[in-house]
Structure formats: structure tokens, C-alpha cells
Design a protein around this ligand. Structure first.
Ligand SMILES: Cc1ncc(COP(=O)(O)O)c(C=O)c1O
Length: 401
């Protein structure tokens, strides 16, 4: 076949030019592409087809928490692939049982039953349906700048108009209130509200943390008015902010929690965790062929074990905290604010952030945007202090240029 160049040592099997040409010709083109062909990763580093290394502060958008090509995850996946890849939820399975027990051990207090699925959007869909079923109500209060995915239910909860409007009419009954405005939330939550849905730190919305007072008000209003509190931890979960789930760091007890991204160590996996108020879930009303597949469960079990073995909660909190402090003294002429917790970090600029991505990549750092003004850093949690210093130095350089 044209363009094939077989290489050794885990390199790409097609040339970068062919790779670009085939993706451009044969994908529907939903992604704004950068002109980089990534072919390999290890720890916090990824390499392009020409052998150029980058510190990866995208981590697949917060997926590779335990590092690229993590050996324990790779071993668990290959072992399970030779044992049993698939096992529908109609049967019991040892890999799934082990993961469910591990999830119950790390989840926020009271969350001890899980629905396993395949993505963040699917976890949000599940949480919304469970909340409606448990309460018999249909309204949902979500947040301005919240992001929950792009399937129809999740998209109805997502705030950004440019994602929503092309697909209206969406699911009815959703409204958005400003994050951190408890008075407006109090007006919005009623006896018709099935759930309040929020992120502890808004990811796509610009790395915007919910305040402790707002979270406390959300919990109280849900209790008073019989609504359920769904915390979307798809981006914040699995150690990203220095605790297993960001709500634990805030002392918040949700009724439902969604997770995905880092959970499967790179394999597609999501989950909804539910607490004691989520009752009356009727059999077969929400199912999935692939959810809870042994191969994904084995990967997720290895991810949880690796976070423990490498002490990544502490590392994310300490190294992330130092990184944030370091960034706070950067060029104040260009930087409006540095926000975040652990290794979920946003640098809001006084000008568009997009033009800084290429200069950063030229200095060996891959970062992302979170809205027009915010540079977002979600490195693998295994990134070292020395590597974070290289990221900070590269950012300092491009901001001064
Ligand atoms: C908080 C949050 N929820 C849900 C999603 C959707 O997840 P997925 O892209 O896996 O469907 C995302 C994705 O970025 C997210 O950040």
C-alpha cells in the first residue's frame, strides 16, 4: 500500500505525510487539527513521527494520569486480552467485580454502586436518567460555562451555545445558572428539580473552581427541595486535583458522581457512582454492550493501583501547587489570572490564548485551550517537578516574546 514505511522500535508504521493525508481524507473532520503526528508516549512525554519529544500537558485531555505507555496498565490489558476481553453485564466477571470493589473504596462517602459505561458523555447520560428515575422529576439545573459532553442529554446540560444551537431542539427541562451565585441557584431549584449538575472545577469552561460556599448551598438546597446533586468528575476525577475526586477535597457529598477520561488508562471507560438516595432504578432501563468489559475493567484496576503505588494524589497536590505558585509570578502584563488545583491548571491571558500554542509546541510543550483566553495544562500526574519547571520556563519564554 502507498505510504507504508514499516519501522522498528514502536515507531509509526506509516509516514507522517501519509498519516495526515489519510486522516484528512477519511475522517468527517470534527476536530481542529494541529500539525503534529504523535506516534509514541512514555510517562509525561510523547514523540512525533520525526522523533521530536514533547512534554504532554494535554494527556489526551486529562486521560493519561498514570503516564503514557504505563507498564502496569499495559501488562493488565495484555493479560486480560488473553483471558477474556468481553463479558456482558448479564454474567458476573472477576475483573469487573474487582474494579467495582476498588471504586467503592475510593469514591466519596456513601457512593458505593456503579454503572460502568464507555465515555464521559455516556456517564452523564446515565446520571441524568438515574436522577430522573429516582426522583420522578424531569428538570435539571446546570451551570453557566458547564461542559458535560455532546450526546443529546449531556449536550442539553452543556452551556456553550455554539455546541447546542445546531442540534436544537434538545432535551427539555434544562436551565443554566451562574456558578458561585447561591442566590440565583436558590431561585432555580424547586420541587420539580430532579438534579443540580455541576463540575467542582469547570474544565472546558476555563478552569473555574466552584466556591466552598456555593457547593455547600447546592448541597443544602438539594436536601431541602428533594433534588439530587450530580457532580461531574469526568475531568477532575482519578487524582487530577490531588484527591481521588475533587468533591472529596471540598468535603462535598454528592448523590451521583460521573467519571471517565483517566479511569480506563486510555481505554474507553466511564462510570456513574450513586449513593443511597438513588433508588428505584429499574432493570434494563439503561444498559450498554461494552460497559464493564473485563479488558477495560482490568485497565482501570491497574490505573487505581498505580495512582496508589506512585503516590500520585500527594504528588498532584504538591507538584501541582508548586507549579501554580510558579506560574503566578509570570508576566503580569499578559496574564490575568492563574487558576486550578493539583495538576488541573489554567492560565487566563488578557489576550487570545490560541496563538501561544504553537510557540509552546516549538519549545517542546503541548498545552490546550479552555475557551479563548485560557491556556490549560493537564499533564500526566507522573510528571516530575523538573519537567514542570521546563513547562513553566517555556511558558515564561513565549509570554515574554
Ligand atoms: C466535565 C466533563 N464532562 C463530560 C465530558 C464528556 O466526556 P467524553 O468526551 O468522554 O464524552 C467531558 C469531556 O471533556 C468533561 O470535561
Amino acid at each position: 500500500m502507498d505510504g507504508i514505511s514499516v519501522q522498528t522500535g514502536g515507531q509509526a508504521t506509516i509516514s507522517p505525510q501519509t498519516c495526515r493525508a489519510w486522516e484528512d481524507a477519511h475522517s468527517v473532520g470534527m476536530y481542529a487539527k494541529r500539525d503534529i503526528v504523535l506516534v509514541r508516549g512514555e510517562g509525561a512525554t510523547v514523540w512525533d513521527g520525526a522523533g521530536r519529544a514533547y512534554l504532554d500537558c494535554t494527556a489526551g485531555v486529562g486521560v493519561a494520569n498514570v503516564g503514557h505507555a504505563n507498564a502496569a496498565v499495559a501488562d493488565a490489558v495484555s493479560r486480560q486480552a488473553r483471558l477474556l476481553v468481553t463479558c456482558h453485564g448479564m454474567f458476573y466477571n472477576d475483573a469487573r467485580a474487582r474494579l467495582l470493589k476498588q471504586l467503592a473504596d475510593i469514591a466519596p462517602p456513601g457512593i458505593d454502586r456503579f454503572f460502568l459505561c464507555n465515555s464521559g458523555s455516556e456517564a452523564v447520560e446515565g446520571a441524568l436518567k438515574f436522577a430522573r428515575m429516582a426522583t420522578g422529576r424531569s428538570e435539571v439545573v446546570a451551570m453557566v460555562r458547564g461542559f458535560h459532553g455532546k450526546t443529546f442529554g449531556a449536550l442539553s446540560a452543556t452551556w456553550e451555545a455554539k455546541y447546542r444551537e445546531p442540534f436544537e431542539p434538545l432535551v427539555p427541562g434544562f436551565r443554566h445558572v451562574p456558578l458561585n451565585d447561591a442566590a440565583v441557584l436558590a431561585e432555580a431549584v424547586s420541587e420539580r428539580t430532579a438534579a443540580v449538575l455541576l463540575e467542582i472545577i469547570q474544565g472546558e469552561g476555563g478552569i473555574r473552581p466552584a466556591s466552598a460556599e456555593f457547593l455547600e448551598a447546592a448541597r443544602r438546597l438539594c436536601d431541602e427541595r428533594g433534588a439530587l446533586l450530580i457532580v461531574d468528575e469526568v475531568q477532575t476525577g482519578l487524582g487530577r486535583t490531588g484527591s481521588w475526586f475533587a468533591c472529596q477535597g471540598m468535603g462535598l457529598r454528592p448523590d451521583l458522581v460521573t467519571m471517565a477520561k483517566a479511569l480506563g488508562g486510555g481505554l474507553a471507560m466511564g462510570a456513574v457512582g450513586v449513593g443511597p438516595r438513588v433508588e428505584n432504578l429499574q432493570r434494563l432501563t439503561h444498559t450498554t454492550t461494552f460497559g464493564g468489559a473485563p479488558i477495560a475493567c482490568a485497565a482501570a484496576s491497574a490505573v487505581i493501583a498505580e495512582v496508589r503505588r506512585l503516590d500520585l494524589l500527594r504528588h498532584a497536590a504538591e507538584a501541582g501547587g508548586a507549579f501554580i505558585d510558579r506560574l503566578r509570578v509570570l508576566n503580569l502584563r499578559k496574564v490575568r489570572e492563574v487558576r486550578g488545583r493539583g495538576l488541573m491548571v489554567g492560565v487566563e491571558l488578557r489576550q487570545k490564548a490560541g496563538p501561544f500554542l504553537l510557540p509552546l509546541a516549538e519549545r517542546g510543550v503541548l498545552a490546550m485551550l479552555a475557551g479563548n483566553l485560557v491556556l490549560r495544562f493537564l499533564p500526566p500526574l507522573v510528571i516530575s517537578e523538573a519537567e514542570l519547571e521546563r513547562v513553566a520556563a517555556a511558558l515564561e519564554e513565549v509570554l515574554h516574546a
